[in-house]
Write a new protein. Structure first.
Length: 261
């Protein structure tokens, strides 16, 4: 069976983003260009890695009572193939064990940074506000996030399925497909919840970017750790390989430029 790539979003789908300059009206495109021209190289890399697009719109900011906002969006595409065998059954229901292989078609993280209509590109890269939005991007482009997605959405698993004895042959395919879809929806929701939790922790510690974070290394290393995931209700930690959660020196360096002296 095949499943189309499914988009999981916490906001409306982004337009195609190309260094954040595509699909913007002209005044915004000019503003983005002047922003990018002055951007430090390590942040340009993050813009690229996070497929960042930019918006200048006061309405969502007012709603969220924020001066800047970063939204993440993720897309997961997989194809599930399965085999099954019958288990010992009794009564009016039959049980079967399905072995499922999820083949990866795609995984992509995208972001939208929303700033005020009155935002000026001049001196922007010294503003704590803008750097705070990049802390958000930093979190969701963390290599551990991609590894967690690999473990969560792809690979193999075994599911037990129950069908009614009457007309069981007609139900098998549909039942297994329903189980697969249900798992997929659960995992997408858990993944979104995990990212939101990490964003919220950053916001709480930094008062939405108004305060410098005292121990940045501590914050970033604790995100996506075993303890962090365990505290998220309903997160399927059993699918995650501990190796995926290792905070490697390379990852740490990834955050180095953001240390506030
Ligand atoms: Zn924030």
């Amino acid at each position: 069976m095949a499943q189309d790539p499914v988009a999981a979003t916490n906001n409306p789908p982004a337009d195609s983003a190309n260094n954040g300059t595509a699909a913007l009206s002209d005044p915004d495109a000019d503003r983005v260009l002047s922003l990018l021209k002055e951007a430090p190289p390590h942040l340009l890399r993050l813009i690229d890695r996070g497929k960042v697009r930019w918006s200048f719109d006061d309405r969502p900011l007012k709603e969220a009572r924020k001066q800047g906002l970063t939204k993440f969006q993720y897309e997961v595409g997989h194809r599930a193939q399965f085999r099954y065998r019958w288990l010992a059954s009794s009564g009016s229901q039959y049980r079967l064990a399905a072995s499922i292989a999820y083949q990866k078609l795609s995984f992509e993280m995208k972001h939208e940074i929303i700033l005020s209509e009155f935002f000026s590109a001049q001196g922007a890269w010294k503003s704590r506000l803008l750097l705070h939005e990049f802390d958000h991007i930093c979190i969701s482009t963390d290599p551990r996030v991609a590894s967690i997605a690999e473990d969560l959405f792809f690979g193999r698993e075994r599911l037990e399925v129950v069908v009614d004895a009457e007309g069981y042959q007609q139900q098998v395919q549909k039942k297994i497909e329903e189980e697969i879809l249900e798992k997929f929806e659960e995992r997408k929701a858990a993944f979104g919840k995990m990212l939101q939790e990490a964003y919220d922790r950053l916001d709480a510690l930094s008062q939405h970017g108004l305060q410098p974070i005292e121990d940045r290394k501590k914050l970033f290393s604790e995100l996506f750790s075993h303890e962090f995931l365990k505290a998220i209700e309903g997160f399927p930690l059993d699918r995650i390989d501990e190796k995926s959660l290792e905070f490697s020196p390379a990852v740490e360096m990834h955050y180095e430029p953001f240390f506030v002296p």
